[in-house]
Design a protein around this ligand. Sequence first.
Ligand SMILES: O=C(O)CCC(=O)C(=O)O
Ligand SMILES: [Fe+2]
Length: 298
Amino acid sequence: MASELLDNTLIEETVNFFDKNGGAVIPNFLSAEEVKELRQEAAKMLSELDVSTHPMTVFSTGTAGKEHVGDKYFLDSWNNISYFLEEGAVNQEGKLVVDKERSVNKIGHGLHMVNDSFKRISCSDKIAQIAKGLGMKDPRVLQSMLIFKQPEIGGEVPPHQDSTFLYTDPPSARGFWFALEDCTLSNGCLEYLPGSHSVPIRSRFVRKSEGYGTTFEDLPVDEKDIPEIDNSKYVPLEVKAGSLVLIHGNVLHRSSPNLSKDSRWIYTFHCIEGDYPYDKKNWLQPSPGLELTRLYKN
Ligand SMILES: O=C(O)CCC(=O)C(=O)O
Ligand SMILES: [Fe+2]
């Protein structure tokens, strides 16, 4: 169960691997019961999607859905359960062309705040142990998401570095990604480029100063600090349900579309270092007076 602590040797080996590669896998991190509970909660959320009030915008970090990313629904999602739909699930008239349970690309971004099961897993002693092992001093959970990768229409996640979206200066984002189903190349498993956590963050996703728009802003980076990126070196992480994948905020990662008949449900949340001032340009702005969820403070 999540309350039991991890073996110190496992933490040490995981952290060593992570420091070298920018990613690491801990198989069987969640028990079968925990996976079942999180899946049940996820299924309940899908059943609670109210199609009549949803803005019917799709989620995409690719070009096609860009115009929707900055909308109010997205920016207001930081502390609640909001639904972002697969591109292939909505037609030109904004109507669903598949069952609503199969239409959702992701749910975010406050599951760790409003759902007890996701809160318990995210703020567990085991996660705190890992965050401490990774050297975090005051980790704050910034956002959490369920990504569903629906059968046949599950969208790709283009290559990215999380610190582009979850920016601090210096960058400090760390991702905790949980497989809630077996993930394979055919259902669009996570892939990462080992060692690419040495690649600096070259742009950041910001909220426009007016209205509800977002855009990318370049960051000053010395060209000579950018190592060569060899896209043929991506490593697929084919992992079983219950596995935890740790993702460095600078490491390049991606996943392919799911063209198979199997879904690929995962839960992921990201922490930043609370020691650094929270940046006012970030897309995710906690409402005044509300703090980001703290895991611990050293
Ligand atoms: O699950 C995926 O395919 C991508 C997840 C991701 O980018 C993340 O957790 O940072
Ligand atoms: Fe990511």
